[in-house]
Design a protein around this ligand. Sequence first.
Ligand SMILES: [Zn+2]
Length: 169
Amino acid sequence: MELISGEIAVDITNYYATSEQIPTACALGVLVDSENGQVLLAGGLLIQVLPGAYPEDLEKLEENVAKLEPVTTMLAKGMSVEDMCRVALDGFEMEVLDEMPVHYACNCSWEKYYNALSTLEPEEIETLPTTDGKAEAVCPYCNRKYYFTTEDLKALAEKVRETRASFEQ
Ligand SMILES: [Zn+2]
């Protein structure tokens, strides 16, 4: 799927329209503190219609969404997700079916990165650049750092060699 804008909400909308053939309205917003880079507010809406929706309902929905204030503005006003949905679904009946808290979690681990290294050649594993006898891996999603001692790397290179030898027999 080609990204058409780099603006996540626009690309998501385009993805649903072209790949899934589902008319979708998506609005996302994030407000970042320019001083320390911390996320102050973040949120979004994703509205999809069920098959068989009337064209006039689609039109009404599009009108509503076009009139929506930026998500960060609504969040800053203290509007809840439900409040925002009510604005987006103005003129429609709305029923809350479920609610759940969301939080950011990364499922990375030392073992995960250690195992990922085993895709390298044994010689590459042994010669990874180290500082104070440790190689560093930084998770690109959560910025957590993992360290591998030269012993860890040697052991892994050995394991890779053994695995390969057993395959060649
Ligand atoms: Zn992570």
